[in-house]
Write a protein that binds this ligand. Sequence first.
Ligand code: 4NP
Length: 174
Amino acid sequence: MEKNSKHSFETLTEFSGATSTGVTSILFVCLGNICRSPAAEGIMRLLVSRTGLSGMIHIESAGTGGYHDGKMADARMRFAAKNRGYELDSRAQTITKKDFQKFNRIIAMDRDNLRAIHALGDSKSSQLKLLSDYLGDDWPIDVPDPYYGGDDGFEYVLDMLEAACPKILAELQM
Ligand code: 4NP
């Protein structure tokens, strides 16, 4: 499955036989789709590939803001991610209502973005999650937006995403 093929993407069916949840496709969502959600996409894609499930779980990311559509991830996030072995090669795109039909899981980075996704209408409550739903109470509810901060913020986002992604994969394999 080609990545960033949002407009030609059809929901995969192969993986549903291997899960009770039928989850086969994940959309990570933040505001600009250049920092947090592209990092989540890159981390999840490598994890899925290492688990031998590439082609069975479709992963994309999107923003609710649309300010950066078509752009690569922020250079600071690409640099921090590359240092941990993740290549971020997505291009920013904006979430639309159609994504509710395309993705089994839509995972928002924070409550503001969860509200913005809700506001698009017609989502199923079972498909919408906050990233921190997959984490314990020792993590914050919202993945902090690193855009206006220093390098530490990007590292913290990666720490949080690396903690959550295996839990997301575990849910798919239940
Ligand atoms: P993201 O970070 O939502 O994690 O991609 C941001 C990127 C850009 C802006 C805000 C947040 N911005 O205001 O341009």
